[in-house]
Ligand binder design. Structure first.
Ligand code: GLC
Length: 409
């Protein structure tokens, strides 16, 4: 089956940083607060007059994403609240140019991404709580949406893709997607078109132009592809909110994020991990620390994450393998213990055997990617079986998921 080039490039990027930022961030109670607290528009829009974005620095954000090992970013150019972080060029005065910030934040974001070698993507809402036409003149609203997206497609150079969200709010409506997606293909032929199908309908291809399905807060499964090949992407919060939640302490651990990233790749999917900057654009310290820790892991094992592809190599429990470039395999080993004095090491101790099926080529050498240590193994290529003597972590380390690279004879 043919895989479009843009989809192949997208899959190779493997890991992205999602950024939810808008007027709501100033309240620090998530991106749905307007709806949740039924805040009237006139009251809510006061947040526009205090939005200075003085702490936002695209370069800091892009450098953090890069250090985390991400290859792309997806920023909310407009979320359900209806406020645009970009210059709407006269379409609406509910945009960043009409706030004290007075600068096109999307231009800054795009520039910073490019400078740091990341591919910029645009999240754009389709559901709008602010624009009156959304409720009372849907056709007019769709024109407004079209013109909004047209600005994003024409004013910022080449972008990685558009990430839409909100069609689930009106499942029966005709969103005129042929027209919208057709325009994107015209201006940005290499851009991915992604349409989030939401929490209740993960992994659904909602239109033939869609290039990747979404798994919002849920583990992707390997897809049976029929017709056009479509990528998969899981998006996940670091705590329990997308937009900044100042009282949300429920952060995931770096270990959990690393496991999730690996399990996404097991299913051939990307992971899009979210950061919710604070009101004026500063990045919460916890999010920064979490991203940096993942980045340290990526420094050791990133090659397997970017280049490994599903190839039917299965281990026990979560363990699995991916096929690499130029005749290599990557073996992902979960839940290894630390080889250390038993009076001090917690959890499982030391080494274990890790058995994989589906490896039919003869392997000549296997080494841990983190320290280069060569590992002993037994293999029956005819049966496709390989058993690895997986040594435990050296005392002082616990990488959560450890990856061995094997070279084919
Ligand atoms: C949703 C939510 C939203 C969030 C998004 C991220 O559908 O409405 O607030 O932006 O998912 O996946």
């Amino acid at each position: 089956m043919i895989k479009e080039k843009r989809i192949e490039e997208f899959e190779k990027m493997a890991f992205g940083i999602f950024v939810h930022w808008g007027l709501y961030s100033q309240m620090g109670r998530g991106e749905w607060i307007m709806h949740q607290d039924r805040i009237p528009k006139e009251q809510y829009r006061k947040l526009q007059s205090t939005f200075t974005a003085e702490d936002f620095d695209g370069t800091i954000l892009a450098r953090l994403a890069k250090k985390a090992g991400a290859k792309y970013m997806v920023l909310t150019t407009r979320h359900h609240e209806g406020f645009s972080l970009y210059d709407t060029r006269g379409l609406s005065d509910y945009d960043v140019m009409h706030s004290p910030a007075g600068r096109d934040l999307i231009a800054e974001y795009v520039q910073a991404c490019r400078k740091e070698g990341l591919v910029p993507f645009f999240y754009h809402t389709t559901l709008d709580w602010y624009q009156p036409s959304f409720e009372n003149d849907f056709d007019a609203y769709l024109d407004y949406l079209y013109q909004s997206v047209e600005i994003l497609c024409t004013q910022y150079g080449k972008i990685g893709g558009l990430w839409f969200d909100g069609n689930w709010s009106r499942p029966q409506a005709d969103w005129k997607l042929d027209r919208l997606y057709g325009m994107i293909r015209r201006y940005q032929p290499d851009a991915m078109i992604i349409n989030n199908t939401g929490l209740d309908d993960r992994g659904r291809v909602s239109h033939r132009e869609v290039d990747s399905v979404t798994f919002e807060q849920g583990m992707p499964a390997l897809r049976d592809q029929n017709g056009k090949y479509v990528a998969s992407e899981m998006c996940m919060t670091m705590n329990d909110h997308w937009g900044y939640g100042k009282g949300d302490f429920h952060y995931k651990s770096p270990g959990e994020c690393i496991r999730t990233l690996c399990l996404c790749r097991k299913a051939g999917a990307n992971l899009l991990l979210n950061i919710g900057p604070m009101g004026q654009g500063a990045i919460p310290e916890m999010s920064e620390a979490l991203a940096l820790c993942i980045g340290e892991w990526m420094n050791l094992f990133g090659e397997a994450i970017y280049t490994g592809k599903p190839a039917g190599i299965q281990g026990e429990r979560d363990d699995f393998g991916l096929a690499g470039d130029e005749g290599s395999v990557y073996l992902f080993v979960f839940d290894l213990g630390i080889s250390g004095n038993e009076n001090v090491t917690v959890g499982k101790r030391g080494s274990r055997l890790a058995t994989f099926s589906g490896i039919h080529q003869k392997i000549k050498k296997i080494q841990w990617m983190d320290n280069g240590q060569e590992l002993s193994f037994m293999q029956d290529p005819e049966q496709g079986m390989l058993t690895l003597h997986a040594t435990g972590f050296d005392y002082g380390c616990q990488y959560v998921v450890r990856i061995a690279k094997g070279s084919i004879a």
